[in-house]
Design a protein around this ligand. Structure first.
Ligand SMILES: Cc1cc2nc3c(=O)[nH]c(=O)nc-3n(C[C@H](O)[C@H](O)[C@H](O)COP(=O)(O)OP(=O)(O)OC[C@H]3O[C@@H](n4cnc5c(N)ncnc54)[C@H](O)[C@@H]3O)c2cc1C
Length: 422
């Protein structure tokens, strides 16, 4: 049953960004209704968390629950070159000796269910199997949503603020044509799950391993989950993976890429595949606006960044927490204008840009090993970026030396291809 009093806030979508925003607003005493089109638990990709999620999980009172799960503990990230050479791991704790440096590899159906239950426990009025058909506007101001439930009956619900947390389905972004595609990060992914694949032990047991394929066209993620399951997927340019290729068969595409990944082959040699192949087109994008009058975007409904450094759930949680503060400020002051609801946007986008820079460097063949060897004092800041400590300009110290090394690499590459002088 939908509550009779109008909510202060409507949240569209029960993924990590929606539940974070809803829970933190409800904790401030406001009435929040959340509409989720699926019945949970439902499958979702995006299993590897990064350490900076800790702070938002703490605000959500989720940490005791996380500690009680069987989720695999993740302490590091490791890189394997196209030749199969394993790099030194980036141990998060060595950089930040704090509890936050241990994070988790999660089955999203379990994690998202926990987050949704947690929202309910904090007073959010959650409606599963209820699809938002449209956002209602009066002039330029969002005033509510049109929904349809399992009974097929359409209803309107009004509120002071509408939060779009609908993931890549992003309702408001599409309605106003706000989406800007990233000109560079036009990737796709094919993945599946294995049982009995190689697992490291001890501190490395839960490491995410990023393995480059020969020719550096793409990379595999290797994410150990509980119950002896490994999530293993390849990411590469969309055209390379799906267009400029004879086959459209996901299994064939996957194994053609496995054949180019010497780091991966021995790890899955004796494993059993336990799920079908899945694929996603994952072009990165961002909305031109983070908020308007009476509405705000969070998580993938605002923007999506390539999954290389597993930043998606962190960005969902972080934007959810920042938006929740802005919404509560707006409700308190009676000002739910774009300026108030979107006050957090510039800092958040600066953080996303820092992560994007690291992603682009990786695809451009930048050598992080060489960078750290030459600038050992900056390894900490590089690790800060990898753990998701993105929302501070202290990490910008890495940018100038990164530019220097890039310029050198480009000059060396140009000299190598220049015709010999007479
Ligand atoms: C191949 C790939 C690998 C990834 N790997 C990682 C990783 O390792 N680590 C990581 O952190 N991130 C990863 N991500 C990113 C991560 O999946 C997302 O960033 C994250 O799920 C965003 O959370 P969200 O809450 O914004 O959206 P979602 O999790 O997508 O949640 C949106 C919810 O809204 C609901 N919804 C949609 N439309 C409506 C509607 N009209 N009405 C009602 N409900 C609606 C959906 O059912 C869904 O439950 C990966 C992404 C891809 C594509």
């Amino acid at each position: 049953m939908i509550q009779s009093a109008n909510p202060h806030v409507i949240v569209i979508g029960g993924g990590p960004s929606g539940t974070t925003t809803a829970t933190l607003i409800a904790k401030q005493g406001y009435r929040v209704q959340l509409f989720e089109r699926e019945k949970f638990p439902r499958y979702h990709i995006g299993e590897s968390l990064i350490p900076e999620t800790f702070w938002v999980l703490d605000k959500l009172d989720m940490l005791p629950k996380m500690r009680d799960t069987r989720f695999v503990k993740k302490h590091s990230v490791q890189f394997v070159t196209e030749k199969g050479k394993l790099s030194e791991p980036f141990y998060f704790y060595d950089n930040k000796p704090h509890e936050c440096s241990q994070t988790w590899q999660v089955y999203r159906q379990e994690f998202d269910q926990m987050m949704l239950d947690n929202a309910r426990e904090h007073g959010v009025d959650v409606h599963e199997e209820t699809r938002v058909l449209d956002v209602l506007f009066e002039g330029k101001k969002a005033v509510g949503v049109k929904i349809v439930g399992k009974d097929g009956v359409e209803r309107e619900v009004r509120a002071d603020v509408v939060v779009d947390a609908a993931g890549q389905s992003c309702i408001i972004q599409d309605r106003f044509g706000l989406r800007e595609w990233d000109p560079v990060l036009k990737k796709a992914a094919v993945w599946t799950y294995w049982k009995g694949a190689y697992r490291d032990v001890g501190r490395d047991e839960g490491a995410t391993i990023v393995m480059q394929t020969q020719g550096k066209q793409g990379w595999f993620w290797y994410i150990p989950l509980h119950d002896d399951v490994l999530s293993v997927g390849v990411v590469a340019p969309y055209d390379y993976l799906f267009v400029n290729r004879e086959t459209k068969d996901l299994e064939k595409i996957y194994f053609e890429e496995v054949a180019k990944c010497p780091g991966l082959q021995p790890r899955i040699a004796n494993a059993e595949r336990i799920q079908p192949f899945r694929a996603a087109k994952e072009y990165s994008y961002r909305s031109k606006e983070v908020a308007g009058d009476g509405w705000v975007l969070v998580g993938d409904a605002f923007g999506f960044l390539d999954p290389l450094y597993s930043s998606g759930v962190l960005l969902a949680l972080k934007s959810g927490a920042l938006a929740a503060d802005a919404v509560c400020n707006g409700l308190k002051s009676g000002d739910t204008s774009a300026a108030t609801l979107g006050a957090w946007g510039p800092d958040f986008m600066a953080g996303m840009d820092r992560m994007r820079r690291l992603v682009c460097e990786f695809y451009d063949g930048f050598s992080f090993g060489r960078f750290v060897k030459r600038n050992p004092h900056l390894k900490g800041h590089l690790t800060d970026l990898l753990i998701g400590d993105l929302f501070t300009d202290k990490v910008d110290d890495v940018i100038a030396p990164m530019n220097e090394l890039r310029a050198e690499m480009e000059a060396a590459a140009a000299a190598a291809t220049a015709p010999p002088s007479e």
